[in-house]
Write a protein that binds this ligand. Structure first.
Ligand SMILES: Cc1cc2nc3c(=O)[nH]c(=O)nc-3n(C[C@H](O)[C@H](O)[C@H](O)COP(=O)(O)O)c2cc1C
Length: 357
């Protein structure tokens, strides 16, 4: 199975890489991703001065990561003089360097980072004004592809994309963490981590997919890197079908461990086969004719049950209309059924069909 992606004259053995965060902070982490099976490497957001991060700064649940981390805690000199030259000497895959945040930072940083970067990814998480000026200050200092990273708190995200493209950016990374939010620590009778925390991981996947999908629909030809909530090979395919060319993952690896990158890449051929694709490039080619078609008006179908039903009763308990009941088989009350599809989506046995598909 061909997992490769070719964009912007660069070859990616597969579409998955790490997202900017603690997992790509410092030399040891960067070497891990240079040497593992990921399709590309990413450097944690570098600014001129290292960030001073209040600790603790990361907490996790089974499907979410909360954080109040900032950019790299290392001074840019450490990246420029030590980490990036070491990676460059034995570079095994394309390297995306994340940088931030202000015009004066970029005028200083970009020329120094440029020899090591295949592409730039620019965090706009703390940018409130002068977006076009920021992009121009980067473009004046590099010919490399510039990906501007969209934060989900930007309401006019299509306006954001137009502004950065007009100013000289090449593509978009969507999305950064969602927020600000607050989590409560009852034991300590306080907020958890900080008053303002940012949320990521599987819980934010639909928001990330929404931005990728809508941006792809409005800008059919720009390169897009999808990120937010990815945790499986199926998720990777969903992002590619929604419009991404490459994808990144962080939080699922913070929740489950970094071996997850290798597992997802190893699982990709089987996932492609399961959904009837022969390669990642094929999904990129056909998505225009499939996912962006107008949605066919729904028909009012009733759920049907196949031989996999083991009468666990979950569908009966969750039906919002009370339309299902247990006898020898599951009985559908056609007067009550509202054709919503919830039972089919939640069936753990994959035993219900006919409403959603
Ligand atoms: C602990 C932590 C630190 C992060 N640091 C950065 C960063 O330095 N720069 C950046 O652009 N995004 C940063 N992010 C956002 C991630 O790169 C990513 O966009 C977001 O977490 C969504 O992807 P995920 O659900 O796979 O984690 C950070 C996220 C987390 C959880």
């Amino acid at each position: 199975m061909d997992l490769s992606v070719k964009i912007l004259g660069l070859y990616f053995e597969n579409p998955l890489g790490p997202a900017a965060g603690p997992i790509v902070e410092g030399l040891e982490n960067m070497l891990f991703f240079n040497n593992n099976t990921c399709g590309f490497n990413v450097a944690k957001t570098i600014s001129v001065e290292g960030a001073i991060v209040p600790k603790p700064c990361i907490a996790g649940t089974s499907n979410t990561i909360y954080n109040c981390e900032l950019w790299s805690e290392l001074h840019s000199d450490v990246w420029i003089n030590e980490i990036l030259p070491t990676i460059h000497k034995d570079k095994k895959k394309p390297l995306i360097i994340s940088a931030g945040y202000k015009e004066e930072d970029f005028r200083y940083l970009i020329p120094k980072l440029d020899p090591f970067a295949d592409m730039f990814e620019i965090s706009t998480h703390y940018v409130k004004e002068n977006l076009a000026g920021i992009v121009k200050s980067i473009r004046e200092n590099t010919d490399k592809p510039i990906f501007m990273k969209l934060s989900p708190h930007v309401d006019d995200y299509l306006g954001f994309v137009k502004t950065v493209l007009d100013a000289g950016a090449t593509g978009i990374v969507a999305i950064n963490s969602l927020g600000p939010g607050t989590a409560i620590d009852l034991d300590n009778r306080s907020v958890l981590l900080a008053e303002e925390i940012w949320m990521s991981g599987p819980a934010i996947k639909p928001i990330a997919l929404h931005r990728v999908y809508k941006i792809r629909k409005a800008f059919p030809d720009i390169p897009i890197i999808g990120v937010g909530g990815i945790g499986s090979a199926k998720d990777v395919l969903e992002f590619i079908l929604a419009g991404a060319d490459l994808v990144q993952m962080l939080s699922a690896a913070l929740i489950k461990g970094r071996k997850l990158y290798g597992k997802i890449i190893a699982d990709l051929p089987k996932a492609l086969e399961k959904f009837g694709f022969s390669s990642i490039e094929e999904i990129r080619k056909i998505r225009k004719e499939t996912i962006f078609k107008d949605i066919v008006k729904a028909v009012d179908n009733y759920p049907s049950f196949n031989e996999k039903c083991n009468m666990c009763g979950l569908c009966v308990r969750i039906c919002p209309a009370g339309a299902l009941s247990e006898a020898e088989t599951i009985i559908v009350d056609k007067e009550k059924c509202i054709h919503c599809g919830l039972c089919e989506s939640r069936c753990p046995q994959d035993a219900i069909y006919g409403v959603l598909k």
